[in-house]
Design a protein around this ligand. Structure first.
Ligand code: SF4
Ligand code: FES
Length: 227
């Protein structure tokens, strides 16, 4: 069985470190500096060192898997070398709205480029919602540089339980517009409260909607450019 979130072919943008039981891959352009790795397993992920900073033999395979799965951006992925299963498919597709920060997905996610090709298949991803990332649709932490201010606790809407809570979730970034999302998704606040349950929606990524995290068309008025 293959796992979309497991390490795939090597790329110059990806650092791969093979350990005894686990191989890690680190994709710097996805990292949002949430520091779950260096705080969760400080003997495995060394902060502020010159030279090698990932040491996969410094913890058990189970703990390595857990710390990788805690990486919200998907910058860290892993593959088990000991025959154990890789990262499980999320049982529920969840989007968490981060206070003053990105849209954080735990989902069976595919991000599609405007030309229809697949940009990425991931179980974890943080997508820009401030409009300032230089690596759209991915968050690059620019929200902190531009002082983006947006609550992580939007009001809840009336919604019904979904017939299914998992399955493929597709994000289609619209040119100069929103993130179109198709698939079962529970939209939650940063503290886990349900905001909405949807099978299709449009999320603001220009940073200016009056109805965040949803698009309200303001991107047209402000001339948002996604490229
Ligand atoms: S986003 Fe992932 S790789 Fe980056 S600091 Fe956080 S846990 Fe580590
Ligand atoms: S993308 Fe922000 S209002 Fe549409």
């Amino acid at each position: 069985m293959s796992y979309p979130n497991a390490p795939q072919e090597a790329s110059p943008d990806v650092e791969e470190v093979r350990g005894r039981d686990v191989t890690f891959r680190f994709e710097a352009r996805r990292c949002i500096h949430s520091r779950h790795c260096v705080l969760g397993q400080p003997g495995v992920f060394l902060a502020n060192v010159g030279g090698p900073w990932i040491h996969p033999d410094a913890a058990s395979a189970e703990n390595l898997a857990l710390v990788a799965q805690a990486c919200p951006s998907g910058a860290i992925t892993y593959e088990r070398n000991d025959g154990a299963p890789g990262e499980p498919v999320p049982a529920v597709n969840v989007l968490r709205v981060r206070e003053n920060g990105p849209l954080a997905f735990d989902a069976d996610l595919r991000v599609i480029r405007p030309d229809g090709s697949v940009d990425a298949e991931h179980f974890r991803a943080t997508l820009c919602r401030c409009g300032a990332s230089k690596n759209k649709p991915w968050c690059d932490h620019s929200h902190a540089d531009v002082g983006f201010a947006a609550t992580g606790e939007p009001a809840s809407k009336e919604s019904q339980p979904l017939a299914a809570r998992n399955g493929p979730l597709t994000v289609l970034p619209q040119k100069d517009g929103s993130l179109q999302v198709e698939g079962n998704l529970e939209v939650c606040s940063g503290t886990g409260r349900t905001i909405d349950r949807v099978e299709k929606t449009w999320l603001c990524r220009c940073g200016h909607s009056q109805n965040k995290p949803f698009c309200d068309g303001t991107h047209k008025k402000i001339g948002f450019k996604s490229d």
